[in-house]
Design a binder for this molecule. Structure first.
Ligand SMILES: Cc1cc2nc3c(=O)[nH]c(=O)nc-3n(C[C@H](O)[C@H](O)[C@H](O)COP(=O)(O)O)c2cc1C
Length: 381
């Protein structure tokens, strides 16, 4: 593990440890994957200003995200099926985030349940909500997140229907996963993953089975998830969700200035500029290219965060310089998890922290609040 120097190294290790269908599930965008690629590539177009002979002592990356103190402005993004990258994946990632002093966000579509993650951590985590047609189930989920002490609700707006990911279809990945001879063969070539998986009971959607009406086993779960994402979700729903939750609310999946204005109107605490990691609307612009426009339009009214394509501390710094108050990472922590469980996630965060700290210093700044547009040499956005 210690040999991994960057997130790309962790990705290579994860590819060797995680069965193909689950590795591909993480490393995929929708359709041509153009937006997925653009998320990463557009960061490379931004150039930083090299400054010299400034005092670099006493640096700090500490700040806040929706009022929560963080050791650096990098949260773990909600990701479904995380417990399939590594046994007990959500619990391990939440523990690593806790140790690193950054927020962990649990997906509705997680393997470990809200209660299970709460029982294995001390710091409140954030909960991501998908709004299903079964509003009783949704209300219940909100109440469960509250009861578990979650300190922010992340409401995802960009997945009312699913963008197609060719890899998942080719691999026969389904929700919940099926175990055909092809899949069993893939798993047999990943013995460490299998051994860990045999030791855990957490292998299905922990927030759903036993909680949604008529979902008690894998086949009823499959039918339920296929039918439940709500294509009629609207801005009006944000109001009742906000009221029922009553705490910090983050709206995730805003990529357009008009939508950002609507998001600011709702009174939510933050929005995340995001295209779901290039997994939904293929052909949409990269998140980083839209960030400055959205900050310009609503940055004085709502905290603006971003995700999509961050693979290094340099990327985090660029996002902050273009106006983000905080960032989220998806694949970087999933690769760490697949490569080495809790230690792998911790390493992913340590790598990003060190890159961020060094880059901040080389830009001639000592505190993260000074990472403003002043540190940008050139940006096409
Ligand atoms: C494997 C995977 C599963 C995801 N599942 C969810 C999810 O359940 N809910 C959600 O709001 N976003 C989900 N996302 C999107 C992430 O929260 C985040 O927006 C995205 O990963 C950021 O891009 P990055 O992976 O390039 O950092 C998922 C992303 C990945 C890669």
């Amino acid at each position: 593990m210690t040999q991994a120097l960057d997130i790309a190294d962790l990705k290579k290790k994860a590819r060797r440890r995680v069965p193909k269908m689950f590795f591909d599930y993480a490393d995929s965008g929708s359709y041509t994957q153009g937006t997925y690629r653009a998320n990463e590539a557009d960061f490379q177009k931004i150039k930083l200003r090299q400054r010299v002979l400034v005092d670099m002592t006493n640096r700090s990356l500490e700040t806040t995200m929706v009022g929560r103190a963080v050791s650096m402005p990098v949260a773990l993004a909600p990701t479904g099926l995380t417990g399939m990258q590594h046994a007990d994946g959500e619990i391990l990632a939440a523990q690593a985030a806790e140790e690193a002093g950054v927020p962990f966000t649990l997906s509705t579509m997680s393997i470990c349940s809200i209660e299970d993650v709460a029982a294995h951590t001390k710091t409140p985590f954030w909960f991501q909500l998908y709004v299903m047609k079964d509003r009783d189930f949704v209300g219940n989920l909100i109440d469960r997140a509250k009861a578990a002490g979650c300190s922010a609700l992340v409401l995802t707006l960009d997945l009312q229907i699913l963008g197609q990911r060719h890899n998942d279809i080719r691999n026969g990945l389904s929700t919940p996963p099926k175990f055909t001879p092809k899949h069993i063969l893939q798993m047999a070539t990943r013995p460490f993953w299998c051994l860990d998986m045999l030791k855990t009971q957490r292998r299905t959607f922990g927030n759903i089975v036993g909680h949604a009406k008529n979902v008690s086993d894998l086949s009823s779960l499959s039918t339920w998830t296929a039918e439940q994402f709500d294509p009629q979700l609207s801005w009006k729903d944000v109001a009742w969700i906000k009221e029922r939750w009553g705490g910090k609310l983050i709206l995730k999946g805003v990529l357009d200035v008009e939508d950002a204005k609507m998001a600011a109107e709702t009174g939510a605490d933050a929005l995340i500029v995001s295209n779901h990691g290039g997994r939904q609307l293929d052909g949409a612009p990269s998140s980083i290219s839209m960030l400055p426009k959205i900050v310009d339009a609503v940055g004085d009214r709502i905290e603006v965060h971003m995700d999509g394509g961050i693979r290094s501390g340099q990327d985090v710094l660029k996002a902050l310089a273009l106006g983000a108050k905080g960032t989220f990472i998806g694949r970087p922590f999933l690769y760490g998890l697949g490569a080495g469980g809790r230690d792998g996630v911790k390493l992913a965060l340590d790598i990003i922290r060190k890159e961020l700290d060094t880059t901040l210093a080389l830009c001639g700044k000592r505190v993260i609040a000074d990472a403003t547009s002043e540190i940008i040499a050139e940006s096409p956005f």
